[in-house]
Design a protein around this ligand. Structure first.
Ligand SMILES: [Zn+2]
Length: 463
């Protein structure tokens, strides 16, 4: 199954509002901006915090408010598009991302990649391929190039229906291994996220399809319940009455040719965004091959396993997630290895993204003017990611903020110390203008202290 890799862009904001003399000056990325634009940025940052707290619907509202104030804020529009994708609102997401790439977001790689991903997830393979092609022309040196070329290849294969069944391959016996996590995640863990729980599941009515039996519906629901229990309720399900509201859909197929493999009893197509599953479509075969209750139960368990993020297969023939089509004759449920694997996929602590968490903490503290706490968080980010320019800028903004607070409290000695630290950081930046406000405020303070010559020297740095 082709998988689409997308990058969830984190809005790295370095906004500052500083008092130079008596008027407020708002700046973003070294440019002076209007009060409206400043407010839009603050609202967009607020949305980011809501996302961190899994309050996605509120974040969407906030981003829409930000865009009403400043329609050119491309990062907000891209983030909005990403959240709409995550909620399965693909047509709206595509509209947002299209708007972003045709405006100020045209130079942002993430906007193009996420537009193509949304199109692919919506089944618009030809559009997605076109968007990726434009991307490759526009960004010939992109670090995503190889991945996108691979994805285009996968899209083309999908369009020509040439996917190959791998059911015949046999793995080694690994009975002593307690899980098959590495085989299951295929190098890239994806799973349903806490804000998506309970995952909405739609089971189509198979009445009238050749070979359909009414009890299949209950068998399928039971299979969902078994995985939910195995995950210790880390992944939960809710059955809904219509497909458009569902994140997982289950449909019945009575023509084996549809599955493109004569030995398959079902298949599952997954879409994901930055490690978050956003859609899973399960198809189950009826009729031919003597579909009976145990086989349906087994096939349902296997395909639901894929639908909750166990993308690959177990090498052990006893497991439900083993890749054999003939396994269905066995009348058993999930094995301890199946259970251990799903628990590992949904483990809370595994691969916790500390860098993102620290960055968001820093942004929140910076916003609250708790500069010392903000600095601690950004220094942790820099320790893990020394090349992260935005974190360095933010450390500089923390020094500048501390300096301004000292200046206002008439503690000029410490103000000077902090301004000096901010200026040291400014010298390390690829875009030193991001810390121009520190230079301006330092110069203003020096002039107030009748140190005009030093202030003039600082002004020269701005040129
Ligand atoms: Zn499979």
């Amino acid at each position: 199954m082709p998988r689409f890799y997308l990058t969830l862009m984190i809005l790295l904001l370095a906004v500052s509002a500083v008092r130079a003399e008596d008027q407020m000056v708002y700046s973003y990325r070294g440019k002076t901006i209007s009060k409206e634009q400043y407010r839009a940025l603050i609202i967009a940052k607020d949305a980011q915090l809501l996302v961190r707290n899994n309050r996605v619907a509120e974040a969407i509202t906030r981003l829409e408010q930000a865009l009403a104030l400043d329609p050119t804020l491309a990062e907000a529009e891209i983030n909005l598009g990403n959240l709409l994708v995550r909620q399965g609102r693909l047509p709206e997401a595509i509209k947002s991302l299209r708007h972003a790439v045709s405006g100020q977001g045209g130079h942002l790689e993430e906007a193009w990649i996420n537009l193509a991903g949304a199109q692919a997830s919506a089944g618009q393979s030809a559009d997605a391929e076109k968007t990726y092609t434009v991307f490759l022309q526009k960004f010939p040196n992109s670090k995503y190039r190889t991945k996108i070329i691979e994805t285009v290849g996968a899209l083309q294969r999908e369009q020509s229906n040439a996917s190959k069944a791998r059911e015949n391959s046999q793995g080694p016996e690994t009975a002593t291994v307690t899980d098959y996590y590495n085989e299951a995640i295929l190098g890239h863990r994806i799973r349903w996220q806490p804000d998506q729980m309970p995952v909405r599941v739609f089971i189509a009515d198979g009445t009238g399809k050749h070979g359909y039996q009414p009890q299949f519906r209950a068998l399928l629901k039971d299979a969902f319940a078994k995985w939910q229990a195995a995950s210790e309720d880390r992944v939960t399900f809710q059955f809904v009455d219509s497909a458009p509201n569902a994140l997982i859909t289950c449909t019945w197929v009575d023509d084996p040719k549809v599955l493109k493999s004569t030995i398959k009893k079902g298949d599952t197509k997954l879409s994901s965004l930055s490690g978050a599953l956003i859609k899973a479509n399960i198809r189950l075969l009826l009729g031919t091959g003597g579909m009976n209750d145990p086989l349906m139960q087994f096939t349902a368990l296997h395909e639901i396993g894929h639908a909750i993020g166990l993308q690959g297969h177990s090498p052990n023939p006893n497991d439900v997630m083993f890749f054999s089509a003939n396994a269905g004759h066995r009348n058993h449920g999930l094995t301890p290895r199946d259970i251990n694997t799903v628990r590992k996929v949904y483990a809370a602590d595994l691969f916790a993204n500390n860098v993102t968490a620290d960055h968001d903490t820093g942004v929140a503290e910076l916003e609250a003017k708790n500069y010392a706490k903000a600095m601690e968080a950004f220094l942790r980010v820099l320790k893990a990611r020394p090349d992260m320019e935005s974190a360095r800028v933010n450390v500089g903004l923390c020094y500048a903020g501390l300096a301004l607070q000292c200046d206002q409290a008439k503690d000029f000695t410490n103000a000077e110390h902090y301004y000096t630290e901010a200026l040291k950081i400014r010298k390390l930046l690829a875009q030193p203008q991001l810390l121009n406000s520190a230079v301006q405020n330092f110069a203003a303070m020096l002039r107030d202290r009748d140190r005009n010559a030093e202030a003039d020297e600082l002004d020269k740095q701005l040129k």
